[in-house]
Write a protein that binds this ligand. Structure first.
Ligand SMILES: [Zn+2]
Ligand SMILES: [Zn+2]
Ligand SMILES: [Zn+2]
Length: 384
């Protein structure tokens, strides 16, 4: 494959054109900060990733950080990041993020890599949390006496000494001395609890009202705000694990070189050009475009999408291009790929005015893009 480079050069900030909801949210939130600063609007992507801005824009995936993260994930069991729940602080953390200089609660960074096709997101567990304070995860189980509602409830067992058949409450056996325990009835030493003692029954007893009962009242306790709630009223919070999608990485992540080349090409044609550019459509939704160009003279614009799929470009890929294309309404839309095009996609592209460049290697793609743009501007040459 032409796009494949050494893994140390892997860049992951490439195929942001997927407008899946998870990544989409994070992308728009990432760029909210940027758009407030008009001086950044016209700065190319590589300049936006200057050091000082990385500090202030923690959610922005930068290729180097993502590569380091991928390398870290490769060392993990099952190549999967699992969450760490800080029950004291009520926080969901991914400590591995701190190793690449991200805040460990920066889920949008991970979600960004999901929309890049680098990571796969799956449910890890469902936590039961307080229905009122659902952002705190610190709940614990509490048992109450059903009669007087005291918490001073004890769990009692019956113990049977198998040798002599004596059955009594567990509290009547003294196992405080591991070496020398004796049956209260036959006074024989008990050396192996597991083998010599049977537990025929278990129940609860309230130390306040002495009530004995089989089932204690179970409540969940919101530890941070110190109140109980019913187990059935609790809310579920999903936590997620992130697994490295091996197969996709080599295909999807190595497009930075070709993007840089095309950006240079557009600049040569008198375009303002940006990589991974966030642009607001007519619907006010924000779309991230892999390569965006706007002609400085004519104001005409071009969206260029890069999609490489081992299974070939299909209708789903086209749909993810169509949405931003229709919402933004550029002068031209290009899809460039080294992958095969599946049946029906070409007609769809033609119908919606999406021009497909499908070539086996990057230099051929770049010359095809060059040809496309120069043809476009030879038709209205005065505008160049
Ligand atoms: Zn609460
Ligand atoms: Zn009681
Ligand atoms: Zn005994």
């Amino acid at each position: 494959m032409i796009f494949r480079r050494k893994s140390s050069e892997l860049s992951s900030f490439e195929t942001k054109s997927d407008s899946k909801s998870s990544g989409f949210q994070s992308i728009s939130s990432i760029f909210k900060g940027n758009s407030d600063d008009p001086s950044l609007e016209s700065v190319p992507e590589y300049a936006i990733e200057s050091e000082h801005l990385i500090e202030t824009e923690p959610a922005k995936p930068s290729p180097n950080k993502s590569v380091r993260l991928i390398q870290e994930i490769q060392k993990l069991p099952d190549k999967t990041i699992i969450p760490f729940v800080d029950y004291n602080e009520g926080q969901l953390l991914y400590p591995i993020l701190s190793e690449i200089g991200q805040s460990s609660d920066n889920l949008s960074y991970l979600d960004g890599l999901v929309s890049d096709g680098i990571l796969e997101k799956k449910i890890y567990e469902k936590l039961i949390v307080c229905p009122i304070h659902s952002d705190t995860f610190s709940s614990s189980v509490r048992l109450y006496c059903p009669k007087c509602h005291s918490m001073d409830v004890e769990k009692l067992n019956l113990f049977e000494h198998k040798k002599c058949g004596y059955i009594t409450e567990s509290s009547n056996f003294d196992f405080s001395d591991n070496e020398k325990s004796y049956c209260p009835s036959c006074k024989k030493p008990i050396t192996n609890f597991e083998k010599e003692i049977r537990v025929p029954a278990m129940w609860y007893q309230c130390n306040d009202c002495s009530e004995k009962f089989d089932d204690a009242v179970v409540k969940l306790h919101c530890r941070k705000y110190e109140h109980d709630f019913d187990t059935n009223s609790g809310q579920f919070v999903s936590t997620f694990r992130y697994k490295l999608k091996n197969s996709e990485i080599s295909v999807n992540s190595d497009t930075s070189e070709i993007k840089d080349e095309i950006q240079k090409l557009l600049v040569g044609f008198n375009f303002d050009s940006h990589l991974n550019y966030s642009i607001q459509g007519k619907s006010n939704n924000i779309h991230e475009i892999p390569i965006y160009g706007k002609n400085k003279t004519s104001g005409e614009s071009i969206l260029i999408f890069i999609k490489n799929q081992s299974h070939g470009i299909d209708q789903t890929d086209m749909n993810s291009i169509l949405v931003p294309k229709l919402d933004i309404g550029p002068t031209h839309t290009l899809l460039i790929t080294v992958s095969a095009i599946t049946d029906g996609v070409e007609q769809l592209a033609k119908h919606y005015g999406i021009y497909i460049i499908c070539e086996p290697d990057s230099s051929q793609i770049i010359s095809a893009v060059e040809e496309f743009v120069s043809e476009w501007y030879s038709k209205n040459g005065d505008k160049k």
